[in-house]
Every structure is written in C-alpha cells, then in structure tokens.
Design a protein around this ligand. Structure first.
Ligand code: NAD
Length: 241
C-alpha cells in the first residue's frame, strides 16, 4: 500500500489531488480543518488544523502506524488575502505565514520523521504560488509566505536527498477554486486572464496532475528541489500580442 497525506483536501486543488491520486492507485489520508466531502474506500478523512503541531503529530503518527509508513505528502492547505501593502497589518502577515509556511513546515516535519523511521524514502510536494516568485500587486503577506514555501522546499530537497526523500513544489497561477472565487473581483479576473498567455484560469485538476507527476517515484525519480510552474505561461510572459 502506498499512502499519501494530502492537506487542504476538502476543497479546490487539494480535493482534485485526492481524486487524481486515488485514480493512480494511491491510498490517501485526507487532512482538512473542514469535514470530508465524499466517501471512498481508499480515502480516509481527518479534521486537522495544520497549524496545531500536537494534532498534526498525532494524526501523522496514526496514519504511519495504520499503513506501515507514508510514501507521499502534498502540502496544499493554505489561505490568501489581497491587500495593498499600506493596508496589510502585521496580524495579516502573521496569519499568512502561520497557515501557509508554518503549517507546511509542521506537517513536513511530522511526515519526514515517519519517512525516516521507515527508511523507504518518499516524496513531498508543496503548493507554492506565482505570488511567491514575483511581485504580484496586493500580495505582500501571501507572497512572502509562498516565497518561504519555495525556499523551504529547496532546503528540504538538499537535506533529505540522502534519505531518498524528494521534495518539490508546484507553483500555480490563477486557478478556479473557492479561494479565488472569494478573492478575485470581475476586474481582477479580466486582468489575470489578459496577463496569462493561455488567457484562462487553470482547472484544479491541471494542478493536481502536476502534483501527481512530482510524487511519482518512477516518473520523477531524478527531480528534487524543483519549482514547477503550472501557470498558463504567466511567469514567462514578456511582450504579448
Ligand atoms: P481552497 O480554499 O479551495 O482550499 C484550501 C483548503 O485548505 C480548504 O479546504 C481549507 O479548509 C483548507 N485549510 C485552510 N487552512 C487550513 C488549516 N489551517 N488546516 C487545515 N486545512 C486548512 O483553496 P485552493 O485555491 O484550492 O488553494 C489550495 C492551495 O493552492 C493553497 O496553498 C493556495 O495558496 C494555493 N494556490 C492557489 C491558487 C489559486 O488560484 N486558487 C494559486 C496559487 C496557489
């Protein structure tokens, strides 16, 4: 049995990832602070807040004991805000860092401990964002946190290669999920679509497929420390037609 923990599994990219991984034969331990959204014999749901270290440690240890180890982790749970820097409070920044960066750190730490104990290697995929790589308007707090996720990914790749644990990130551009529905106004939507060479938002499944590829130890066996942009060309765009 190959078990993967997916955080943020109850919505958006995380939910699409659960579906893609199950279709590829994974057993999925789905973590979210919200309730699970469907029943499947290969998916177990647990309500876990990723910023609660004791709860995460207990949940991860329980899965490792149940399944005899953990082969994969998708650190997807996250939250975003859109505010000009002058309106962003220190509390906004702390909240973004806590959910997106500290939460990912906490879950990775618990999973790496289990992977090292089992000594069978593994793969971790962190969900970053194009906002963590360049200066998107109104993303000082969120972008800083996602930039941290990218460096965390690179450091873990270096430190854990000796344990045969690969660590990569996907960096989505705009994706049609509940998070974005709540945050993007019609004007923002038009601007993002205009600036993206493929002129649309991604479907969550398109990010999930990239995550599943990076998790796959036969397909992505020599890829570690990589940030895979899944952004319709947003970060590569220069002069557009
Ligand atoms: P979403 O809001 O649809 O799903 C996020 C899920 O994470 C929710 O189910 C939520 O309950 C869960 N979650 C949030 N905080 C949690 C916590 N503390 N503990 C446990 N679960 C928690 O959002 P999404 O758009 O699918 O985003 C998923 C990831 O993708 C996030 O890390 C987000 O930053 C990143 N991302 C999204 C986009 C986009 O355009 N949608 C772009 C780039 C990156």
């Amino acid at each position: 049995m190959k078990t993967c923990i997916v955080t943020g599994a109850a919505s958006g990219i995380g939910l699409a990832t659960v579906r893609v991984l199950v279709a590829q034969g994974w057993t999925v331990a789905a973590f979210d602070r919200d309730a699970g959204v469907f029943e499947d014999p290969r998916v177990s749901w647990q309500r876990v807040d990723i910023t609660d270290e004791a709860a995460v440690d207990a949940a991860v240890a329980g899965i490792a004991a149940r399944d005899g180890g953990i082969a994969g982790l998708v650190n997807d749970a996250g939250a975003a805000i859109a505010k000009r820097f002058v309106d962003t409070t220190v509390d906004d920044l702390r909240r973004m860092l806590e959910i997106n960066l500290v939460g990912s750190f906490i879950v990775a730490k618990a999973v790496v401990r289990a992977m090292q104990a089992a000594a069978r290697g593994g793969a971790i995929v962190n969900v970053a964002s194009t906002a963590g790589q360049i200066g998107h308007f109104e993303r000082s707090a969120y972008g800083s946190a996602k930039g941290g996720v990218i460096v965390l990914t690179q450091v873990l790749a270096v430190e854990l290669a000796g344990d045969r644990i690969r660590v990569n990130a996907v960096s989505p551009g705009p994706v049609a999920t509940p998070l974005v529905d709540a945050m993007h106004t019609a004007a923002m939507r038009a601007r993002w679509t205009d600036l993206t060479p493929q002129h649309r938002y991604a479907e969550p499944r398109e990010i999930a497929e990239a995550i599943a590829f990076l998790l796959d130890d036969s397909k992505a066996s020599f890829i570690t420390g990589h940030v895979l942009n899944v952004d319709g060309g947003l970060l590569t765009a220069g002069l557009m037609p």
